[in-house]
Design a protein around this ligand. Structure first.
Ligand code: ADP
Ligand code: MG
Length: 697
């Protein structure tokens, strides 16, 4: 067998690919045959035309065959054109529509037979496809049941056709040379496709059913590998150092709670008890705390940190344990520092801050106090705390606002004589099966109720025609004493974006919000400048903060209760929800307007956002809308992505892989059986570095 040599062949050497295309493909990270084979489709266009009108479901991709019976164009209020094509589909009529694409009209004529593919919507009793894909059938040509076209994730300057061509060439090249990683008996017992057939069907499916079977094979393998890797990791961890035991007795518990200006919610009490039980043991805690934005996660984390700093390192010692909390942004770290300093005023606990923008001298002094153990609680950005700080008696690490389902961030900060307890907090709720798949051995706590008196944020979709009225409404609310945000999009915060932000600010300051005190924060400001503007806003010396999504995570100004999100289409769903969370933090009901460039056109993300404020529902919708792919966000964090596991749909496979991994691991913890050799190698390649599995090899 050519085995790996075949898969390692460089794409540009394949017939028809060539150097120029090869360079383009490299932008997508595709350089070898293996890369191309593992570049799974994002979705499939169903051109089979196999659906009858009666089978259609709202929003679910489908394709129908029909004869064009009418083609009409009209101009809408907004000045845009709308093209409507009526199809006779045998069993009834359907409609295809295009906005602002008048040239499409020429491509249709009565009597043509077409396949229309897209997401249908029932509109006044008729199925309507907006901006569908169309295939024109030649005279007498019928649609085929196997017309499934793969659609790939792309990068700038790379087209579908480039990827399709490379994948085809890779499939041909690898034919007969794909090494199988799963033992023969396993394939048979689980009715899984062999690797080569699975590659072929995932890229060039012969039917919808085969797409499902191919996906299943990859999802299963991927999850099995992850679960085995997590097992190996855990068995190493159990051999690792012990964590300090932090027993929380009733007195300490009462002392900690008395520091808070509010009563904990029942959910917070429950989670605090879960944390206390974990921390009382010497096995390091590995816990994920999830809770919707504003559910009060910080308070719970502070409780755990106070338990640590309230505990002596030994009965006969005056030294106390240390705790650290790491935030993804400097703004959030500074905010935590303020909250904690206020909470601990007069307690004798020193709260240390480690963020960008501090002078070298100040940083040195902080690091010294941390090393000496006099700094009880350390607050900072992940980069600085994990990168620079050396602790004397670190007992607990809290990682705040871990948005993406990053796998296993907790390897960081294991230093000193003991491993710390670790608490990871996220506002992106994860269904339990997914949490299991991604975090494997992490225990999960959930804050499932908001603090008392919270009302869901009233959320509106603001189209171009509503904009004047919206600003009038905002002005009225501001004049009535509210404070708020205007969020402007900035993806890269590049120079161009900065110009956009600046001009958006000018436009607001000289336009709709002229009468108010405005401030501006964005990612390119110096940390100290950012902090200064935040202070002005927090202190009520500004009415409106114009901001990029730097305020997305964690920013807590309960008095800010009205938000306008400009260009809402450009934000992700999770991001929108996080942003809205900024105005859901007090007793006054928050208000949020999502400003859109279109008046009525359906927009799945923004429409879902407007329809509910429930974080769990939105997280699920988000997973569904994004489809399979890099769901766990590992690509962003520089770790290998989970290619295909559509964890929401594949909950049962998660459970199955978990069971099988456990069984395999118990029988053969070193995966030494010859039939597992390739699987073991793949696991080490994939997860070895991330999870420190070197030794197991
Ligand atoms: P998140 O879960 O988004 O991190 P925070 O911990 O920042 O939420 O809490 C949101 C707001 O709710 C903060 O202003 C906090 O002080 C307040 N809060 C937290 N717990 C309670 C509670 N039990 N009662 C009243 N207010 C609370
Ligand atoms: Mg928070």
């Amino acid at each position: 067998m050519v085995a790996d040599a075949g898969l390692a062949t460089r794409l540009e050497r394949l017939p028809g690919v060539g150097t120029a295309r090869g360079e383009k493909l490299a932008k997508l990270g595709l350089t070898t045959v293996r890369d191309a084979l593992m570049h799974f489709p994002r979705e499939y266009r169903d051109f089979s035309g196999a659906h009858a009108l009666a089978d259609l479901r709202e929003g679910e991709h489908a394709s129908i065959v029909g004869d064009v019976t009418d083609v009409g164009s009209r101009t809408l209020h907004s000045g845009r054109t709308m093209l409507t094509v009526i199809l006779d589909c045998g069993g009834g009529r359907a409609r295809a529509v295009w906005f602002s694409m008048p040239f499409m009209a020429k491509r249709f004529a009565k009597g043509m037979r077409v396949v229309v593919a897209g997401q249908p919507r029932l509109s006044s009793g008729t199925w309507e496809f907006a901006h569908p894909d169309v295939r024109w059938l030649a005279g007498g040509e019928e649609a085929h049941a196997s017309d499934w076209l793969a659609v790939y994730p792309l990068a700038e300057g790379v087209q579908q056709s480039h990827v399709r061509l490379a994948v085809q060439a890779a499939l041909d090249h690898a034919a007969g040379a794909c090494p199988e990683a799963l033992p023969e008996e396993m394939l048979a017992a689980k009715d899984l496709l062999a690797i080569e057939q699975a590659f072929r069907e995932i890229h060039c499916p012969s039917s919808r059913e085969m797409i499902g079977r191919a996906r299943r094979r990859f999802v299963y393998q991927e999850l099995l590998m992850l679960q085995l890797a997590l097992r190996m990791h855990r068995s190493r961890q159990q051999r690792a150092k012990a964590a300090p035991a932090i027993p929380v007795d009733l007195r300490l518990d009462a002392r900690i709670r008395a520091r808070f200006p509010f009563e904990f919610t029942p959910a917070q009490k429950r989670v605090c008890a879960e944390l206390a039980a974990d921390m009382a043991r010497t096995e390091p805690m590995n816990r994920l705390l999830q809770g919707d934005v504003g559910s009060g996660k910080t308070a719970v984390a502070v409780y755990a940190m106070l338990a640590a700093v309230g505990t002596r390192v030994a009965a006969d010692s005056n030294e106390r344990f240390q705790a650290a909390i790491m935030a993804p942004t400097g703004l959030l770290a500074r905010q935590h520092h303020q909250t904690l300093s206020r909470l601990l005023a007069g307690s004798g606990v020193e709260v240390e801050l480690l963020v960008g923008g501090q002078t070298a001298k100040r940083r040195e002094a902080a690091l010294e106090r941390i090393a000496a153990g006099t700094a009880g609680i350390v607050v900072g950005t992940q980069a600085l705390v994990a990168g620079a700080a050396r602790f004397r008696h670190l007992a607990l690490v809290v990682i705040d606002e871990q948005h993406r389902f990053g796998v296993l961030q907790r390897a960081v900060l294991q230093q000193g004589q003991a491993d710390p307890h670790t608490l990871v907090m996220t506002a992106t709720p994860i269904p339990r099966t997914i949490a299991h798949a991604v975090y494997g051995d992490l225990d999960v706590s959930t804050l499932d109720e908001p603090p008392p008196g919270r009302q869901p944020v009233a959320t509106y979709r603001v189209g171009p025609d509503d904009l004047d009225r919206w600003w009038e409404f905002v002005r009225k609310k501001l004049a009535g004493g509210r404070r708020g945000y205007v969020v402007v999009p900035a993806v890269e915060e590049s120079k161009r974006d900065l110009a956009t932000i600046a001009s958006a600010y000018e436009a607001l300051a000289n336009g709709p919000l002229e009468a108010f005190r405005l401030g501006l924060v964005h990612g390119r400001l110096q940390p100290t400048e950012k902090a200064a503007v935040m202070e002005e806003f927090r202190g009520g010396r500004l009415d409106v903060l114009v901001a990029t999504s730097v305020i997305e995570v964690g920013i807590d100004v309960p008095e800010a209760t009205i938000m306008t999100i400009l260009d809402a289409e450009s934000f992700g769903l999770a991001q929108l929800h996080q942003l809205r969370g900024r105005v859901a933090r007090g007793a006054t009901q928050g208000i949020c307007g999502a400003v859109m460039s279109s008046q009525g056109e359906p927009h799945p993300r923004v429409d879902a956002f407007v329809a509910t404020t429930d974080g769990f529902t939105l997280a699920e919708t988000d997973l569904r809308l994004r489809g399979p792919g890099d769901l766990v966000g590992t690509r962003q964090s520089g770790m290998p992505p989970l290619y295909l596991a559509d964890l929401l749909r594949d909950g049962s496979v998660v459970a199955e892989a978990r069971r099988d991994a456990l069984e395999l691991f118990e029988k053969d913890p070193a995966l030494a059986d010859p039939s597992l050799e390739r699987l073991r190698k793949l696991i080490l390649d994939r997860w070895g570095a991330t999870l420190g599995l070197g030794e197991v090899a």
